[in-house]
Design a binder for this molecule. Structure first.
Ligand code: BQF
Length: 294
């Protein structure tokens, strides 16, 4: 029997809990948490993501500010925007939506964000604190996945976890968190990437699979062990003339062949994606409460 991990429903539930907390804050005379998002240029996917985030803020009663800048913005102008947000006391946390246009330096922008307001958890200070198990903002996708494992009470201790993809914001932190002491965690982790000799062989040994590859339907049923937990981080747009928007979202996992083999599996859409957005809200709530840096 396979359980579909319903990220959409779980995200809804967590948003209700956040909304209740915001109501308590307001009743106690505090202002609600406030998130700002900087969107540079007009990449269609980025526009969708930022819209999801702003809409989610509204749903839970957070304040939100969307700052749109033209793709032609200079590095200096963007850094000035970041510094303004660092200095604005009414803004608890902010994000700069990635990817940025090619002429902009993502690393320099990330470094300019005050770690106390870095609710994406991309600043090296937060990454380092995460690696050492110190209080920090966890990157939203790994946090959302950990929350999903916890709320579905999926056993992780002593399991073989295979993470595919070594990005700074998903694969690498995910491997760290799963290997860490505690629950969810205590896994033995293998981190696979483009130079791994035999990804299918690694995957066949996995009790828990986290797919963050960026290739539609890369993982097929023949690569997955009976009863494995399969977490699909992929958000790939594939052309589909029959769809309203002309495309459909596909995960990195070939759902049709993997679902019958898995014990638990996340769908795309409606799996990890909504949990990612909700995790950003959780980080913003933490920032407003000054929980991380005292
Ligand atoms: C869903 C993202 C790649 C690169 C940069 C809900 C989102 C996506 C899917 C969403 C993502 C992916 C975000 C679904 C934010 C997740 O129903 O399946 C929400 O908004 N995401 C991002 O901000 O930057 C990305 C993926």
């Amino acid at each position: 029997m396979t359980t579909i991990l319903d990220g959409k429903k779980l995200a809804q539930q967590i948003k209700q809990e956040i909304a209740d907390e915001v109501a308590r804050m307001k009743a106690a005379g505090q202002r609600p948490p406030h998130l700002a998002a900087v969107l540079v240029g007009d990449d269609p996917a980025s526009q969708v993501y930022v819209r999801n985030k702003v809409r989610s803020c509204e749903q839970v009663g957070f304040g939100s500010t969307l700052i749109r800048k033209p793709a032609s913005i200079t590095q200096e102008e963007l850094l000035a925007t970041v510094h303004q947000l660092n200095d604005e006391p009414e803004i608890d946390g902010f994000i700069v939506q990635l990817p940025l246009p090619d002429h902009l330096d993502e690393e320099a922008v990330t470094l300019a964000i005050d770690p106390r307001k870095d609710v994406d958890g991309f600043h090296p200070v937060n990454f380092g604190r995460m690696a050492q198990g110190l209080p920090c903002y966890l990157p939203a996708t790994p946090l959302g996945i950990m929350e999903m494992l916890r709320r579905y009470e999926i056993p992780t201790e002593g399991k073989q976890a295979v993470v595919v993809g070594r990005s700074n914001i998903v694969g690498t932190p995910m491997a760290l968190l799963l290997s860490r002491k505690g629950y969810p965690g205590n896994c033995t982790v293998t981190l696979c990437h483009s130079r791994t000799r035999d990804i299918a062989a690694e995957l066949r040994r996995a009790d828990i699979v986290v797919a963050a590859i960026g290739k539609a339907e890369f993982i097929t049923g023949d690569m997955v062990k009976e009863g494995a937990v399969v977490i699909d981080v992929g958000i790939n747009r594939v052309e589909d003339p029959t769809a309203k928007k002309g495309y459909r979202l596909k995960g990195d996992v070939h759902f049709e062949s993997v679902a019958p083999i898995a014990s638990y599996i996340t769908p795309v859409p409606g799996g990890v994606g909504p949990m990612t957005v909700t995790s950003l809200l959780l980080n913003t709530l933490k920032a407003a409460r000054r929980e991380v840096y005292v």
